[in-house]
Structure formats: C-alpha cells, structure tokens
Design a protein around this ligand. Structure first.
Ligand SMILES: [Zn+2]
Length: 90
C-alpha cells in the first residue's frame, strides 16, 4: 500500500495529502513559481487550492516566511488565477 505524503498548508496549518495541495517554490534562480509537478527544485511551501487560504497566507505573510523571500503582487495574481481556475476578467 502506498502512503500519501502529508504536508501542511502554510495558511490554515492543516495537514493535507501532498497531491491535493498547491506547491509554491522558490526556485534555484530565486524566482517564485507554482510547481504543478511537485518536483521542482528549491524551497517549497504548500497551500490549499482555496482563495481563503491564499488570502490568509497573503495577510499573515506565510508564504514570505516559508520561502524567505518577498512575494510580488504578480505571483499572488498568478496564484489567484490558479486557484480560481479561470482567466482573469480583464
Ligand atoms: Zn489551507
């Protein structure tokens, strides 16, 4: 039987199966990316794919702390789009 690895969402701090979370990675080139494969190198932080958690993470700077890097508004926008899974209105 394969065990699903558990990871903690940086916003709500609940443990979830790794594959149901969104991984945000500070890559080796210091860029913040959304890691859809779960295999990107670098320091990672996990978030539930919910706007609630994203908003909370932004508010308490959870991603900044986890990744030790400031998160630009562009990255937040990308995450929002990712979580809403629909194109931006503009
Ligand atoms: Zn969460």
């Amino acid at each position: 039987m394969k065990k699903t690895p558990m990871r903690m969402c940086v916003a709500c701090r609940q443990m979830q199966p790794k594959n149901s979370l969104v991984r945000v990675v500070r890559g080796t080139d210091d860029k913040i990316i959304i890691d859809r494969t779960g295999k990107a190198n670098g320091r990672g932080a996990y978030l539930c794919p919910k706007l609630d958690c994203l908003n909370k993470a932004v508010k308490i700077r959870a991603l900044e702390r986890a990744l030790e890097k400031s998160i630009s508004p562009e990255v937040i926008e990308l995450l929002k789009e990712e979580f809403m899974n629909e194109p931006k209105a503009e």
